[in-house]
Design a protein around this ligand. Structure first.
Ligand SMILES: [Zn+2]
Length: 165
């Protein structure tokens, strides 16, 4: 099965794929550990300023060259709100204050992508807009300037924003 581990993270022995708790899971024959696959979680921010929305241009594949909300994976020991603020800073140079939860979007869009994206509203509190890290460009866009968007999660947020801002 896709994504299932082959070796036990506990003892290193080969696992068997067996029915456990309602679905097929990797079970270690040596130590009995059952491996539960966890979702990959990303955090993202809808940052508005002066009636414009902050987007970054991807340098990574897939969807290289398209624009998305600033986003990235949540570390295992990280509050997703902190992850969203960190990603905005890393990609755009802007310091933001994370506000209310905007949306939680389910659905992996590519092999290395997240299966859950948590989107917060955020406002700029400092920093200087300058693309960095894994963004090629970072800009605020007016409703009539929206560039080609990558990923359904970003499209969903931007479409909502265009209708309801
Ligand atoms: Zn084991």
């Amino acid at each position: 099965m896709d994504g299932l581990i082959k070796f036990c993270p506990e003892c290193g022995k080969e696992v068997e794929i067996l029915p456990r708790f309602g679905r097929m899971r990797a079970v270690c024959a040596a130590c009995g550990r059952i491996h539960f696959q966890d979702p990959k979680v990303a955090a993202s921010a809808l940052v508005e300023e002066g009636g414009k929305i902050l987007l970054v241009k991807r340098v990574m594949t897939p969807m290289r060259g398209t624009w998305t909300l600033p986003a990235g994976f949540v570390e295992a020991d990280e509050d997703p709100r902190a992850a969203a603020a960190r990603e905005v800073l890393e990609e755009t140079g802007l310091r933001v204050e994370i506000g209310e939860l905007f949306d939680v979007i389910y659905g992996r869009e590519h092999k290395r992508g997240a299966s859950i994206v948590i989107v917060y509203r955020a406002v700029v509190v400092g920093g200087t807009l300058q693309a960095q890290d894994d963004a090629e460009e970072a800009h605020f866009f007016a409703p009539d300037e929206i560039p080609e968007l990558g990923f359904e999660a970003t499209k969903r947020v931007v479409e909502w924003w265009l209708k309801n801002r």
